[in-house]
Write a protein of this length. Structure first.
Length: 234
């Protein structure tokens, strides 16, 4: 079952899945609304008889220094989508995931493991996701529900075009050099492989994996790497 806000594009994706031999239904959902999340899971249960795997992948981002933000509601919006959206969907699906001894795949970011300039609000949401789902993994261990946290590096997707600038309006174009970052298809392949193994944590880039350890022993270097990574992707 596929859930997102745009009905037409969501149905087009379901049609693509059908052409590949899968059975998919599209349920337009705004994950910032807990009632819509409950209704979406209810439709999944009605249609498929339960929920085996929940993939929390909804996301929004920003590109602005914090001291240049003109509207702090940007931070509230991003938290509502990235963090609370994942929480609401998880809450709705949890009884069925327990029954199936299923799995949660939470798509966070390497920005949930370290700080990134010009994306402070986004980083905050992804740190929240990592903390929430790491805690949930421990709570659900006796229920047989596994949690896979995914920390992608930069990925080609429309999230960058829709990123909110300092004035609260979408940028309209990506600030990234997309030829230099991972494709969405490749990222999806890595996520599927990690989920199949019920892997605890997937960091999709070598830079991200190295950075996780360097942060412990050389945190100043990680700050410089994060700054350079943003500068080079513009």
């Amino acid at each position: 079952m596929l859930a997102a806000r745009n009905r037409e594009r969501l149905q087009a994706l379901a049609d693509d899945c059908a052409r590949l031999g899968a059975h998919a239904i599209a349920v337009p959902t705004d994950v910032t609304d807990p009632a819509q999340c409950e209704a979406m899971i209810a439709q999944a249960v009605e249609h498929f008889g339960g929920v085996d795997v929940l993939v929390a992948n909804a996301g929004a981002t920003m590109w602005s220094r914090f001291d240049e933000l003109e509207d702090l509601s940007i931070l509230e919006h991003i938290m509502a989508v990235n963090y609370f959206g994942a929480v609401y969907c998880t809450r709705a699906a949890l009884p069925w995931l327990k029954r199936a001894r299923g799995q949660i795949v939470a798509v966070a970011s390497v920005a949930g493991l370290t700080g990134v300039p010009a994306r402070s609000g986004y980083c905050a949401t992804k740190h929240a996701m990592v903390g929430f789902f790491d805690s949930l993994r421990i709570e659900l261990a006796d229920d047989g529900v596994s949690v896979t946290v995914v920390a992608p590096d930069f990925v080609v997707s429309e999230i960058h075009r829709r990123a909110l600038g300092a004035d609260g309006r979408p940028l309209g174009k990506t600030p990234m050099q997309e030829s230099r970052i991972m494709t969405a298809d490749r990222c999806a392949e890595l996520i599927v492989a990690a989920a199949a193994k019920r892997q605890r944590l997937l960091i999709t880039s070598r830079r991200g994996r190295l950075g996780r350890w360097l942060k412990l022993i050389w945190p100043g270097l990680i700050d410089r790497i994060a700054r350079r990574a943003i500068e080079q992707r513009h």
